[in-house]
Write a protein of this length. Structure first.
Length: 329
């Protein structure tokens, strides 16, 4: 265990790490960043490539990627990895051989988000959603590697896209400060949430699809009640008055985990919005969070070129019970 309380620190990238995602089996994860590499890691060091000189638990490194990797995701089957890039494309790779399967071409600007249709959907892993600075969300078939649709509705850059846990809807958000919900199979807009005053960086669904959490450049974390179509709570200075890059839910939806430019990982109670814990250890902006499928580990990536594995929920600090006052002698 590290001095900062983390279980392990992963080093290897030569620059900021923008995206991380666990494989469904939870023994591996993928990362991508500014150094234009995609790296497949072993969580505990099992299955390492013996030919690698590095002592880091890297299984494979894809160095042929032409652009900065802005996001990445593992398919629900664990067989494919998808990543998005500043070269206007998204890419699909074989997770075992690291062979490039396809280049997903269609966007006309940087592609900031990529996500597979989830395991809870009727078509797990069969579709990929991407979002871009070209103001669109695009849908792709993993079987044919062809574009299946374009969702138009945003009036500015789109930075975040996420499937609902059940897979029926997509949520997207960005510079226009709106959260759009899509019936992606029909290609229609289902709902719009407004309330943020600045650029929205990320959106994430609760596992029961009843709530959504969003984060913004304007220091906000908002929790939305989707049935009531309104904000349940909002924290305006959640990360020391600095931008909040991402927030996700714990496995049981009782906690909201966030990372931001203050270099910290914060945990809030999803019901009351009270801060439960703060973890420090990164030496730069915390860009991305990934929860282990068991819910017991948290992976974070940072501008400091590292990723850290944490026990989750964080262990509470030890507090000594106050004893009787000292007796004057």
């Amino acid at each position: 265990k590290g001095e900062d309380g983390s279980l392990q620190t992963y080093k290897g990238h030569e620059g900021p790490v923008y995206g991380v995602a666990f494989a469904p089996g939870a023994q591996r994860f993928v990362s991508g960043g500014k150094d234009k590499t995609i790296r497949l890691w072993s969580v505990d060091g099992v299955g390492l490539d013996e030919n690698l000189e590095s002592e880091a638990p890297v299984v494979r490194t894809i160095k042929s990627h032409p652009g900065v990797v802005l996001a990445c995701d593992y398919s629900p089957t664990g067989n494919e990895v998808a990543c998005s890039s500043d070269d206007y494309n998204a890419y699909l790779y074989d997770a075992k051989s690291a062979r490039q399967i396809a280049i997903l071409k269609g966007h006309t600007n940087k592609v900031y988000g990529v996500t597979f249709s989830p395991v809870g959907s009727t078509s797990p892993g069969e579709y990929i959603a991407t979002c871009s600075l070209d103001k669109t969300v695009r849908l792709w078939s993993t079987e044919t590697q062809q574009q299946q649709g374009i969702l138009k509705g945003h009036t500015d850059n789109v930075f975040g896209v996420n499937y609902s846990s059940g897979g029926r809807l997509l949520a997207s958000a960005g510079d226009d400060k709106n959260i759009l919900f899509w019936d992606w199979r029909q290609g229609t807009k289902a709902q719009v949430l407004t309330g943020h005053m600045t650029t929205i960086w990320s959106v994430a669904w609760s596992h029961d699809d009843r709530t959504l959490v969003s984060t913004s450049m304007g220091h906000e974390i908002k929790l939305w009640d989707l049935r009531m179509e309104k904000t349940r709570w909002s924290i305006n200075n959640a990360h020391d008055s600095m931008p909040v890059h991402q927030a996700i839910f714990s496995l049981d939806d009782t906690l909201v985990i966030s990372g931001g430019r203050d270099r910290k990982i914060r945990v809030h109670d999803a019901e009351s919005s009270n801060e439960v814990s703060v973890s420090t250890g990164h030496n730069g902006t915390v860009y991305h969070l990934a929860l282990h499928p068991s819910g017991s580990r948290l992976l974070t990536s940072s501008v400091d070129s590292t990723m850290k594995l944490w026990s989750f929920p964080p262990e509470p600090p030890i507090t000594l019970e106050e004893g009787p006052p000292p007796v004057d002698m």
